[in-house]
Design a protein around this ligand. Structure first.
Ligand code: COI
Length: 364
C-alpha cells in the first residue's frame, strides 16, 4: 500500500461552522479542509502522494491543460451509515472509467488501488464532513490534468491527480421535482470516435451553449440527439436517460445503448441491474427516436422518463420541447417506477436497505 505524506490543515473549520454548512450544503459550494494530491511524470511515474490542506494551486500560464484541455474527472459520493462507518458506492467502476477516460485523452492511467486509497485517505482526515442525514452525502471529485509547461500540442509528460470533496444536498434546486427538457436541433454532445465516452472537461464546456439554448426555451436541461441523424436520443445534460414503457406489472425499462458516444454511467449500470434482478422490471438497451418519444408520450405507451447520474441520482423528466413540438410525459409528475428505483438505489447507498450486490465500499 502506498504511504501518503500527511500535512494537516492549520485552518480546519471548527465543528460549529462545519455543522452550519452541513445543514444546508447545496451542491459544490463548500469544500472540506483537505485534498489529496499525487504527481506523475514520465521519469518517476506516480509519486509524492500526499494529503494536504485544501487550497489554491499555482500554475504557470503556459501549463498545457489550460490551453489544450487534457483534463478528466469523476464524481462519487460518500455516505455516513447508521453504524458510524463511511461508505462509497462502486468505486471500482469509477476507478476503471477514470483510467479509460485517461487513455482516450492520452494521459497516464492511475492504478485503481491508488485511486481507491486516495478516497480512503481523504475520508480518514475529513470524515466529519460526511453528513449523517440520509438525504445528503459528501460528493467526491477526483480529477487529473496535465501540468507540463509549454505550448506544443502533444501528450504532456507531467500530470497532477487531485481529490477534493464537497458536502452535497440535492443537485437540482427543486430536488426530485420533474425537469423540463429541450431537444437541441443545433448542437451535438459527441460523435462515435470522439470523446463522448470519456468524462473529460471539454465535453462539459461544449455542452454549455446548448444548456443556455435550453434555458432560452424555458427548459431546465438540454437533451442530446445523435450526431449523424439528429434523431436518436442520447443523454440529458451530463446524465443518462431511461424510458418506462407501459405501467404496473407490464412496465418495462428502456435506455439508449452505449453506442460509442454516450457516457457509461455508474448509476445507469446500477439501475439496469437493480430493475432486472431486484425489482423484476424487464430492461432493454435500445435506441429511442424523438418521434417514438413524442408518439409514445401522446399515446400513453411511454408512462415515465427519468435521467440518472451520481450527482442528482434519479430525476424525472416531465415536459419536453423540441423542433417537432412540445409534449408532456404522462401528467408531468414523478412516476411510480421512477420513485421506486430512486428509493431502492438511495436505500442501498445510504445504508437503510441491504446491500445485496456488495456495491458499498467501506472508506472509514
Ligand atoms: C453526475 O451526475 O454525477 C455528473 O456527472 C454531473 C456532474 C458533472 C455535476
Amino acid at each position: 500500500m502506498t504511504t501518503f505524506r500527511i500535512e494537516p490543515s492549520h485552518n480546519a473549520r471548527p465543528a460549529d461552522e462545519r455543522e452550519v454548512i452541513l445543514a444546508n450544503p447545496g451542491f459544490g459550494r463548500h469544500f472540506t479542509d483537505h485534498m489529496v494530491s499525487v504527481l506523475f511524470d514520465r521519469d518517476q511515474g506516480w509519486h509524492d502522494p500526499a494529503v494536504v490542506p485544501y487550497g489554491p494551486i499555482t500554475l504557470d500560464p503556459a501549463t498545457n491543460f489550460i490551453h489544450y484541455g487534457q483534463a478528466i474527472f469523476e464524481g462519487m459520493k460518500a455516505y455516513k451509515h447508521a453504524d458510524g462507518h463511511i461508505r462509497t458506492f462502486r468505486p471500482m467502476k469509477n476507478a476503471e472509467r477514470f483510467r479509460s477516460s485517461a487513455r482516450r485523452l492520452a494521459m497516464p492511467e492511475i492504478p485503481a488501488e491508488l485511486f481507491i486509497e486516495s478516497l480512503v485517505q481523504l475520508a480518514a482526515i475529513d470524515g466529519d464532513w460526511v453528513p449523517a442525514d440520509p438525504e445528503k452525502s459528501l460528493y467526491l471529485r477526483p480529477f487529473m490534468f496535465s501540468t507540463e509547461v509549454g505550448l506544443g500540442v502533444k501528450p504532456a509528460d507531467a500530470y497532477q491527480y487531485l481529490l477534493i470533496a464537497s458536502p452535497a444536498g440535492a443537485y437540482f434546486p427543486r430536488g426530485v421535482a420533474p425537469v423540463s427538457v429541450w431537444l437541441t436541433p443545433d448542437y451535438v454532445r459527441a460523435a462515435v470516435g470522439g470523446t463522448g465516452e470519456a468524462k473529460c472537461a471539454g465535453n462539459y464546456a461544449a455542452s454549455l451553449i446548448a444548456q443556455a439554448e435550453a434555458s432560452l426555451h424555458g427548459c431546465d436541461q438540454v437533451v442530446w440527439l445523435d450526431a449523424k441523424e439528429h434523431e436518436w436520443v442520447e443523454e440529458m445534460g451530463g446524465m443518462n436517460l431511461f424510458f418506462v414503457f407501459g405501467t404496473g406489472d407490464s412496465a418495462r425499462l428502456v435506455t439508449p445503448p452505449l453506442s460509442g458516444s454516450l457516457l457509461p454511467g455508474v448509476t445507469r449500470d446500477s439501475i439496469l441491474i437493480m430493475a432486472r434482478q431486484d425489482l423484476g422490471i424487464p430492461v432493454a438497451e435500445e435506441p429511442i427516436s424523438v418521434d417514438q418519444w413524442k408518439r409514445g408520450a401522446q399515446s400513453g405507451e411511454i408512462s415515465e422518463v427519468f435521467a440518472c447520474g451520481t450527482a442528482a441520482v434519479i430525476t424525472p423528466v416531465g415536459e419536453v420541447k423540441s423542433a417537432q413540438g412540445a409534449w408532456t410525459v404522462a401528467d408531468g409528475g414523478a412516476g411510480p417506477i421512477t420513485m421506486r428505483l430512486r428509493n431502492a438505489l438511495l436505500g442501498v447507498q445510504n445504508g437503510q436497505d441491504p446491500d445485496k450486490h456488495a456495491w458499498m465500499f467501506e472508506l472509514a
